[in-house]
Design a protein around this ligand. Structure first.
Ligand code: SAH
Length: 302
């Protein structure tokens, strides 16, 4: 599954297949840029701080964030050459890295929207004989005995573990960075299968034509928080996206832009609604912050 998704991001234009928050409205990136700047102030305004984004997609979130924090020192974590080229059109001054581990050891504020859900999960299924791990071979599932200790669930139960996401937040914690993750998934994890594939804008068979579909899985926020705490960090949230963005001023900023630009008012207001309506993205999407121990309360997590 890991390699299939890397192939997808390296060869396809994901933005033909789904619409993310920064693609809906410039306000999303502006609010996150303002959030990052406040976090930097709370850190004591270190001069050598980096504003990092993981999985920047087309780069529009950061282009918008820079309006709230002009002159920030921008670093991108991105492993798709195709998307790096696209990002360079929006944020030419960025420095690119393949992995978080490759960044210099300097103070950092990290933003990541719909990044953790794109990292590969491992799937386990409880059989009569015990837990098996699910692999994919030639378009079919193949079960092999699991090398993980898992709870005594009922036979047939599926559990997903995103080790890549846990490793990522552990490295954020080790660096004493302040990070904001916005993603979708339930607040409390648990059993269940959530891997889904989107091909050409429509749900598709995750096993067919590897590399041609976007594979995602719900983010287990409880597991992310536990991994951050185990690595010595504090966690704020998760809070629902609608509460988070409303506290940051989504509606005020939307109204301000709409008044200034009546021709775009309808589109801006629709985008704000989509981001906050519980039946759209307001409730399933959540924000969680990872920060050093005893860090003050960050905006949106009051
Ligand atoms: N944040 C963007 C895009 C989300 S799509 C938005 O909100 O629109 C996921 C992004 O993560 C893409 O840029 C993809 O290329 C990148 N990505 C996925 N797996 C990655 C990995 N293992 N390392 C670095 N970047 C990765």
């Amino acid at each position: 599954m890991a390699r299939a998704n890397a192939a997808y991001y390296a060869t396809q234009n994901p933005f033909a297949d789904f619409t993310t928050a920064p693609e809906l409205t410039q306000v999303f990136g502006e609010l996150l840029g303002g959030w990052a700047r406040v976090a930097w102030r709370m850190m004591g305004e270190p001069e050598d701080a980096m504003l990092v984004e993981a999985g920047p997609g087309r780069g529009v979130l950061m282009a918008d964030a820079l309006r709230a924090w002009p002159g920030a020192n921008i670093h991108f974590i991105e492993n798709s050459p195709l998307l790096r080229a696209e990002q360079a059109k929006h944020v030419p001054q960025a420095t690119w890295h393949d992995r978080l581990e490759d960044l210099p050891e300097r103070p950092m504020i990290l933003l990541a929207n719909e990044f953790l859900d794109a990292l590969p999960v491992r799937q386990f299924i409880r059989r009569e004989a015990g837990w098996m791990e699910r692999y994919v071979q030639d378009g079919a599932y193949l079960d092999l005995p699991a090398d993980q200790k898992l709870p005594q669930d009922q036979i047939g139960t599926v559990r997903e573990i995103n080790f890549a996401a846990q490793d990522f937040v552990a490295e954020v914690a080790r660096r004493q960075a302040v990070a904001l993750f916005v993603d979708y998934g339930p607040a409390a994890g648990g059993a269940g299968e959530s891997v889904q594939a989107i091909r050409n804008g429509a749900p598709a068979d995750p096993l067919a034509a590897p590399g041609s579909a976007d594979l995602t899985a719900h983010v287990d926020f409880a597991a992310v928080a536990a991994a951050a705490r185990a690595a010595g960090a504090d966690v704020q949230g998760p809070v629902k996206q609608n509460a988070f963005l409303t506290a940051l001023g989504l509606h005020q900023r939307t109204d301000q832009l709409a008044r200034r630009n009546p021709a775009r008012a309808g589109k801006l207001k629709l985008a704000a609604q989509r981001l906050t309506a519980p039946e759209a993205m307001g409730s399933l999407f959540k924000a969680i912050a990872v920060c050093p121990k005893n860090f003050p309360t960050l905006p949106g997590f009051e």
